[in-house]
Design a protein around this ligand. Structure first.
Ligand code: AMP
Length: 425
């Protein structure tokens, strides 16, 4: 038997009903904040991610699905392509390619779609997973650098998670400063690590050389006391970065969005500057981040684009659904009526009735005239219908139908003209 590839999975009903419900709500929230959808290709030129996400990140060094796409003719050069491991680089590429900066306004863009990383699969971590993300990007003259953008994005996320019905979320906030701050902090970390790094795990020993900031990501228990004693990022922020972070925090306080400062949260992508954040959820186990994001003021320039500061986030939709399910949230989809044709020649009457009801907004499923009444009842129960509507010869002739509420067993004759109101009340 051929099975779904390791790390990928099928999403089936009724789970997909919850996925759709979440996506519908999310689109509604995005619209209220004046975000509009962007759809970028699922694969891109490999160099976009190498340059955008960062040559030395786990994503680029270990996790990308990359292949050589041969040219059509022997003379044509082949091209290295990669399934997108994240969507921000693609959005910024599109921003540059279509000259969206020329509009002079802020671009508020959102996306929903699959991303691909060759990670070790486990609960909440897949090789094909789904992200719901958004970006605010634009020229500085349009206000893209303002801490108000950071606060708006974070306030929107709090509203979005509240509205999809997630309760136990926590916002973890940090500032990773600007490129110069990070260089100084990296240097300080490198120095501080020198005398202790030999006691640390192999990954940390490597990171201490290549990218000391990543040491803060280490989850190995024995390394934690050492990491706790390392210098803190906040001591290396320059004055503008310090002020920016303080303004973001004041605005969050003013609108009443709770957060905790987590100085160890440095995030796994190199493009972040200043504000970084994660929303975590206690029911998710080791993979506790429902979403992550931050500011990326230099990303556009690093992809040869214009100066276009921005801030964005990506929600792990798989994890959001897991967290909702852990809290007992399920889809509100329900079947109003199961139409049961009873006896030969009744299919057409049932279909006609179902057509009227469905066009009037009733959710209805339909049986078959070959079913005995008992079988129709069983099918209606299985389908989770609220009512069963019997369509027999008498009913078809009189235009009055026997309607039974399955939960209570209450049965009434309902005239065709009354049926829509009756089934939907
Ligand atoms: P990142 O793009 O790494 O900042 O991730 C943003 C969010 O995407 C994370 O907080 C997770 O919720 C989700 N995510 C990242 N990688 C995976 C994965 N392999 N499987 C499922 N969700 C993921």
């Amino acid at each position: 038997m051929i099975k779904a590839v390791r790390g990928t999975r099928d999403l089936l009903p009724p789970d997909t009903d919850l996925w759709n419900q979440v996506e519908e709500k999310v689109r509604d929230v995005f619209a209220r904040y004046n975000f509009h959808e962007i759809r970028t290709p699922v694969f891109e030129d490999t160099s976009l991610f190498a340059r955008g996400v960062g040559e030395d990140t786990d994503i680029v060094t270990k996790e990308m699905f990359t292949w050589e796409d041969k040219g059509k003719a022997a003379s044509e050069k082949s091209q290295s392509l990669t399934l997108r491991p994240e969507n921000t680089a693609g959005v910024v590429r599109a921003y540059i390619e279509h000259g969206l900066d020329k509009k002079g306004t802020l671009q508020k863009l959102y996306y929903i779609g699959p991303q691909f990383r060759r990670e070790r699969p486990q609960k909440g971590r897949y090789r094909q997973f789904y992200q719901i993300g958004a970006e605010i990007i634009g020229p500085p003259s349009a206000g893209s650098e303002s801490p108000a953008r950071d606060a708006e994005v974070l306030e929107m996320l709090a509203t979005l998670l509240d509205e999809v019905g997630l309760r136990g979320w926590q916002l973890q906030l940090n500032s990773v400063g600007c490129t110069e701050d990070r260089a100084r902090y990296n240097e300080a970390l490198r120095e501080a690590l020198k005398p202790v790094v030999h006691q640390m795990c192999a990954d940390c020993q490597r990171r201490a050389e290549t990218n000391p900031l990543r040491v803060l990501d280490c989850k190995v228990p024995e390394d934690q006391p050492i990491i706790e004693k390392l210098p803190k990022m906040s001591q290396y922020l320059d004055e503008p970065c310090r002020e920016h972070f303080s303004a973001v925090r004041s605005m969050l306080d003013a609108v009443g969005v709770p957060y905790t400062i987590n100085e160890r949260m440095v995030r796994g992508l190199d493009y972040y500057t200043r504000t970084t954040f994660e929303f975590t959820h206690g029911d998710l186990g080791a993979q506790s981040a429902v979403l992550g994001g931050g500011r990326y003021d230099g990303l556009s320039e690093s992809l040869d684009g214009p100066k276009a500061p921005g801030i964005g986030f990506a929600i792990g939709e798989d994890r959001l659904i897991l967290a909702l399910q852990a809290e007992g949230v399920s889809s509100k989809e329900k079947l109003d009526a199961y139409i049961a044709p009873l006896g030969a020649g009744m299919n057409q009457h049932a279909l006609k009735l179902a057509r009227e009801l469905r066009r009037a907004g009733v959710t209805a499923d339909i049986g078959d005239e070959t079913f005995r009444l008992k079988k129709s009842f069983e099918a209606a129960e299985k389908a989770g219908a609220k009512y069963i509507v019997i369509v027999g010869e008498n009913e078809a002739a009189s235009d009055e139908f026997a309607v039974k509420e399955l939960a209570t067993g209450k049965q009434e004759q309902v005239a065709r003209a009354e049926l829509v109101g009756y089934l939907r009340h």
